[in-house]
Design a protein around this ligand. Sequence first.
Ligand SMILES: Nc1ncnc2c1ncn2[C@@H]1O[C@H](COP(=O)(O)OP(=O)(O)OP(=O)(O)O)[C@@H](O)[C@H]1O
Ligand SMILES: [Mg+2]
Length: 258
Amino acid sequence: MTVSNQKGGVGKTTTTVNLAAALASAGLNVLVIDIDPQGNASTALGIEHHAEVESIYDVLIDDLPLGNVVAQCPDISNLICAPATIHLAGAEIELVSLVAREQRLRRAIDTYAAERERRGEERLDYIFIDCPPSLGLLTVNAFVAAKEVLIPIQCEYYALEGLSQLLKNIEMIQKHLNADLVVSTILLTMYDGRTNLAAQVAAEVREHFPEQVLGAVVPRSVRISEAPSYQQTVMTYDPSSSGALSYLEAAAEIAQRG
Ligand SMILES: Nc1ncnc2c1ncn2[C@@H]1O[C@H](COP(=O)(O)OP(=O)(O)OP(=O)(O)O)[C@@H](O)[C@H]1O
Ligand SMILES: [Mg+2]
């Protein structure tokens, strides 16, 4: 599942790490792939990602096996992460001249899954890919690698402006590179129940995408925003907070849909 929205700061990373943590805590095997040069998902999961660490950059550019860069999340068993390093910032340009530049992540994942099976390791139940806030080649790689797209939407005024551009890009991917891709899930984030605006945005998104929008809504929560500074998800930082419960609920909806 690729978590994408070219608008910055809408909750992509927060959604990725917390859904992954919620599903892993329920006993499922989950892999998070961080393809944002900012490396925020790696930070939140407590995974080293300084410049010397082998990362998804080496996988995409130098064909290093994905299994070589995957690391165990210290706080949550069943949760592993392929970290991003700052080198990824250059990958967008380096990819342009490489063979099969749009398929590199997909191939790496397929090879890794086959390798796990060959070694008799448990099958991965979910893979989440945390995208940067752009629609460049890194995000294209994520769309080509995925079966589903999850779009987090911040309940604010400009939320819907970039959405048609995003959906157009996804249509192009479906047409040319990955016919199986579906926008399966939309999650409303940073919902401030005190404002009419948040309610209006939420209602409008639900009207347009009745099938995709999850019933669970993520509230604006200080605990959610504090967790990354302790290299944690809110699921471990404060599991009984409203933010953690909302992500648990969203994860349950996703799991029930199969
Ligand atoms: N529900 C929430 N309540 C309060 N703060 C939140 C919530 N969700 C995310 N945040 C905070 O908002 C900021 C942006 O969130 P996040 O990093 O998840 O967005 P993003 O879409 O991944 O951003 P980018 O486009 O830079 O990758 C972060 O500081 C995060 O801690
Ligand atoms: Mg992010």
